[in-house]
Design a protein around this ligand. Structure first.
Ligand code: GUN
Length: 296
């Protein structure tokens, strides 16, 4: 039997529609227009593409975007200066510094400089710290992990009491999504490059979140029958049949896994669109709470 597809593109479109309506209401009733500032350092092609997509998505829902592009050799001081300016700008409700930053920049210091109320990426150490503790509420939750949970919720997949396995322990996805699953009362296992017998661990998963960046690493026979599979990986692999010369695949061997899983996200069109939808939601929330107006 073939798994039910979790259509992230369609779910994200629904959420973008909800956000567009909320942005209109906020403007009509309170005269506020949410603003997102993006900061891009250097010329990484993937980062340029992500930032372009984020700015376009803002425009589509009525959020104003402010783009800042800085050279790869920008000094830490100059970058911190830009963040400080954005912190003080009342038209900016959310600040996103695209990662990764060049090696000479201390990314922790940059993320810590972002105003807590404008930290729509949820990467400020205080927001991450609150996410990692019981009964503490971060002001914002990182977008990709939040999008994974939203996909499960909107697909009617129960989280509480089920075995969740997270593959990968990155700061951007693996660790925060693990925290979110734990807060939702999943029984959690986090696997990584040193895990012994990875297939056996993955076979325990009622919910699998794969975020390792290894093309099609998870095979069909690793999947527990009926499991929900959330594939965060976006990996380009050579493909002579594709006009671009490559195609995108996830961390899960999709054709094999869909024969076994109960629900599965495709790549592309699964988690990717949700990351941007959650960024828009966080920016809307920041504006609604009054970030930038001195009344938050
Ligand atoms: N690089 C990869 N994912 C992200 C993200 O969600 N936010 C930022 N700022 N950088 C990223």
């Amino acid at each position: 039997m073939s798994a039910t597809l979790i259509d992230g593109k369609a779910i994200a479109a629904t959420i973008r529609g909800e956000i567009r309506d909320a942005v209109e209401t906020l403007q009509r009733e309170q005269g506020r227009v949410p603003g997102l500032a993006t900061v891009l350092v250097g010329q990484r092609k993937d980062s340029e593409t992500y930032v372009r997509m984020k700015k376009r998505a803002c425009e589509e829902v009525g959020i104003v975007s402010f783009g800042h592009e800085l050279p790869a050799d920008v000094s830490q001081e100059a970058l911190l200066g830009v963040v400080e300016e954005l912190n003080a700008n009342p038209s900016v409700h959310g600040i996103l510094v695209q990662l990764p930053l060049p090696d000479h920049i201390d990314d922790e210091a940059v993320l810590a400089a972002i105003s807590l109320e404008k930290d729509v990426d949820g990467f400020h150490p205080l927001n991450i710290g609150r996410l990692s503790m019981k009964r503490r509420e971060p002001l914002f939750v990182p977008c990709t992990p939040k999008g994974c949970i939203e996909l499960l919720d909107r697909s009617g997949i129960e989280i509480g009491g089920r075995n969740a396995v997270v593959l990968g322990r990155s700061n951007i996805v693996g660790l925060p999504v693990a925290m979110l699953l734990l807060h939702r009362n999943a029984t959690l296992t986090v696997c990584h490059s040193r895990t012994a017998d990875l297939p056996a661990m993955v076979r325990q998963a009622d919910i699998l979140v794969a975020a390792v960046g290894r093309p099609e690493m998870v095979r069909g026979d690793w999947i527990k029958p009926g499991a929900a599979v959330i594939d965060v990986g976006v990996n380009a692999v050579d493909d002579a049949d594709d006009p671009r010369g490559y195609r995108l695949v996830g961390d899960v061997a999709f054709a094999e896994a869909r024969q076994v899983a109960g629900h599965i996200t495709p790549v592309p069109g699964g988690v990717g669109p949700m990351t941007i939808a959650m960024l828009l939601k966080n920016t809307l929330d920041a504006c609604a709470r009054g970030a930038g107006n001195g009344d938050s």
